[in-house]
Design a protein around this ligand. Structure first.
Ligand code: 5GP
Length: 122
């Protein structure tokens, strides 16, 4: 899928839409999800035009890939979920229910989040 410069996270990165920022560096921005699904629900996005992980892994500069992954770890530590545990989710593409077409990792914690999926596959 081609990257849409007008997706909501692109607008947040450009500062056109506000966000409740948790962390920012040269490679990533992290902010609270507008519709939290857990006591801690933070999104981490890379500073680059990537819809999903395959595109990011294949085409992003190595410094951005490593910087983004380091930022995800830093944010998890900063929001205080590492010791008790948390879920890291990246919805990617139509089957995943990805709503915003800019690569993002959800950090969900602050409670027991339950099984990964609803079990309906079997
Ligand atoms: P996805 O379904 O694409 O994995 O997740 C997109 C997430 O972005 C959802 O959890 C949704 O609540 C969040 N979201 C959508 N629009 C906004 C927004 O304008 N600001 C913030 N902070 N989060 C948003």
């Amino acid at each position: 899928m081609a990257y849409d410069d007008n997706n909501i996270f692109a607008k947040i990165l450009r500062g056109e839409i506000p966000c409740k920022k948790v962390y920012e560096d040269d490679y990533a921005l992290a902010f609270h999800d507008i519709n939290p699904q857990a006591p801690v629900h933070v999104l981490v996005i890379p500073k680059g035009a990537y819809v999903g992980m395959a595109d990011f892994a294949a085409n992003a500069p190595t410094a951005l890939i490593s910087g983004f992954m380091q930022a995800v770890g830093k944010v998890a530590a900063e929001v205080g979920v590492v010791e008790e545990g948390y879920r890291l989710i990246a919805n990617d593409g139509p089957n995943s229910h990805q709503e915003v077409p800019h690569l993002h990792f959800h950090i969900l914690g602050g409670k027991r989040v339950g099984p990964l999926l609803d079990g309906s596959f079997r």
